[in-house]
Write a protein that binds this ligand. Structure first.
Ligand code: UD1
Ligand code: UDP
Length: 380
């Protein structure tokens, strides 16, 4: 019998980053693969499942409107326990830092099933930033039997916490694997409004959703965007607005009906990645976008005070601009008006991977189960 590996995810970013890994696991002759989604997100998850043609064996369908942390965690934990008892996988794979990630690793621990943590070792060292993700990923790190660190920085965090070096693999980030399949020069957008954007204007792509930014920080960023559009007539904004009603109320409250602002519902990942590729710069509090945009040569201004992705800051492609209106406005205005500063950010190197992270992770799992003699080569 082949070792059975169950992949567990629930939100959009986990799905985008797990999709290449699901495909790579399915291609392995040494492993049996099974997929379970909590559906902590519903529509935003389904977009990704459809795009990558993944049909989960289990769908817990737990999302509720305006769900709380506790209720989401409890529903995920209860649903996952049933699935794990029924399927008895030999390992579960979780990704990153969401409630689904923590619930998946805790449910597996209770069943004494091995846990592999993909995108392990990211830290801000601030318990509440981002909230609750910093603690979700640390708790998952405590429970994990295999840690797939995207970079050396992440590996060093784990080593400093006492994780044994032989259970850490530096793999690169699977999001770069996904990007290899989604971006093309002649791409035509599925969202028709994107095909009608004015090509003579510079496009700023915006996403904002972080829980700690709900309310004033998101409103401040929206006001800064409004002022930028008045100051710079050759700029347009495409804002992909998260389905969370808390976020939507703030964003639509400030930016609805604004000239040169296109507010769109969450785009399918191919649309979003190709939009990034054609943009001038990105303004966001997203985690994944801090990895994707640098790989596409696009500067990212991050609406946060700290980031768990210091590699991109060091490489010069990502800059933290804080959460105050004037700081966001000034940093964006500077980048839009200073060619030299722009070129420096746009030409920096992507530190997040070579597109083969999933392959390394599969090889490491095969090695763990004795299906491969050699420990796989690591990234960098
Ligand atoms: C979650 C993750 C966050 C991740 C983000 C990615 C936690 C605590 N948070 O935050 O780490 O960065 O996903 O986007 O795990 N909604 C819909 N349809 C959807 C998705 C969401 O209607 O497809 C609405 C629902 O009202 C839902 C709300 O958004 O209750 C919030 O979803 P939730 O997963 O709790 O939090 P996010 O802010 O999306
Ligand atoms: N994304 C997408 N459509 C959009 C906006 C973002 O597919 O309209 C993708 C983006 O490419 C990235 C991921 O969603 O891969 C980031 O998700 P999000 O910002 O929701 O979560 P985070 O990365 O902050 O956890």
């Amino acid at each position: 019998m082949l070792p059975k590996v169950m992949t567990i995810f629930g939100t959009r970013p986990e799905a985008i980053k797990m999709a290449p890994l699901v495909k790579a696991l399915q291609a392995s002759p040494h492993l049996e693969t099974i997929t379970c989604v909590t559906a902590q997100h519903r529509e935003m998850l389904d977009q990704v499942l459809e795009l990558f043609a993944i049909t989960p064996e289990y769908d817990l369908d737990i999302m509720q409107a305006r769900q709380t942390l506790r209720d989401t965690l409890c529903r995920a934990l209860a649903g996952l326990e049933k699935v794990l008892v029924q399927e008895r996988p030999d390992m579960v794979l979780v990704h990153g830092d969401t409630l689904t990630t923590f619930a998946g690793s805790l449910a597996a621990f209770y069943q004494k099933i091995a846990v592999g943590h993909v995108e392990a070792g990211l830290r801000t060292f601030d318990k509440y930033l981002p909230f609750p993700e910093e603690i979700n990923r640390r708790l998952t790190g405590v429970l994990a039997d295999l840690h797939f660190a995207p970079t050396n920085v992440a590996r060093d965090h784990l080593l400093a916490e006492g994780v044994a070096p032989e259970i850490i693999y530096v793999t690169g980030n699977t999001v770069i694997d996904a990007l290899r399949t989604t971006v093309s020069a002649d791409y035509k957008f599925v969202c028709s409004e994107l095909n009608q954007l004015d090509p003579s204007l510079r496009t700023i792509v915006v996403t904002l959703h972080r829980r700690e930014n709900w309310g004033e920080p998101i409103a401040a960023a929206c006001r800064a965007i409004k002022r930028l559009l008045t100051a710079l007539p050759d700029v347009q904004v495409v804002f992909s607005v998260h389905l969370n009603p808390v976020v939507r109320e703030t964003v639509f409250g400030v930016l609805a009906e604004q000239e040169r602002v296109l507010l769109v519902d969450p785009l399918i990942a191919t649309d979003y990645h190709n939009l990034l590729a054609r943009s001038y710069l990105v303004l966001s509090d997203s985690g994944g976008v801090q990895e994707e945009a640098p790989a596409l040569g696009k500067p990212v201004l991050v609406v946060r005070t700290v980031t768990e992705r210091p590699e991109a800051v060091a490489a010069g492609t990502v800059r933290l601009v804080g959460i105050r209106e004037d700081d966001i406005y000034n940093a964006t205005w500077n980048l839009l008006t200073d060619q030299e500063a722009y070129q420096a950010m746009a030409q920096a190197k992507n530190p997040y991977g070579d597109g083969f992270a999933s392959q390394r992770i599969v090889q490491a799992i095969e090695f763990y189960f004795g299906k491969r003699e050699q420990r796989p080569e690591e990234y960098m």
